[in-house]
Design a binder for this molecule. Sequence first.
Ligand code: ADP
Length: 178
Amino acid sequence: MRTDPNIIVTGTPGVGKTTHAEVLAERTGLRHVSVNQVVKDRECHEGWDDEYKSWVVDEDKLLDALEEDNVKAGGCIIDWHGCEIFPESWIDLVVVLRVDSSTLYDRLSSRKYPEVKLQENIDSEIMEVLLQEARDSYDEHIVVELTSNSTDEMESNVDRIEAWIRQWKQDRAADGGQ
Ligand code: ADP
């Protein structure tokens, strides 16, 4: 029985997941779980892909590591560009961040992404791949799509998620933990 919710912040690389998760963690005291960091630190991968300049994730090892960290007990802001691997029973809210493709292009270019990876990510954002993944993996009532083109939007997203967390806790308390 969770007393704090688990929230996934997902979306194409560059949409602002880490930025949102860090601010949210600071304001709410929830734990920022950077899945990229877990993959790297706990070696949940099958090696390095030189073309994409990224680790090839071993999903079984990753889930084991998150299980060891007791993520399912709650209170985590899970920051990753995917959401389908987490058991539905672990998750209370899925926030899918979206950006305009020109904004995404600028953000990913400044990260010096290889051209093939940059283009794939822009296409994925236009095709709403992560939004669809979230809708396919979780109940529609817990999936929220928010835009992250500007700092103002980020601020209002964080306010909204904070309010959602307060309400979730109130509802749980009113239910007497049922
Ligand atoms: P992700 O974790 O999704 O890859 P980041 O949080 O690392 O994305 O953000 C990528 C870049 O875009 C960073 O330089 C960050 O400062 C900037 N950024 C993210 N969200 C916003 C936003 N809502 N408004 C302006 N800049 C943003």
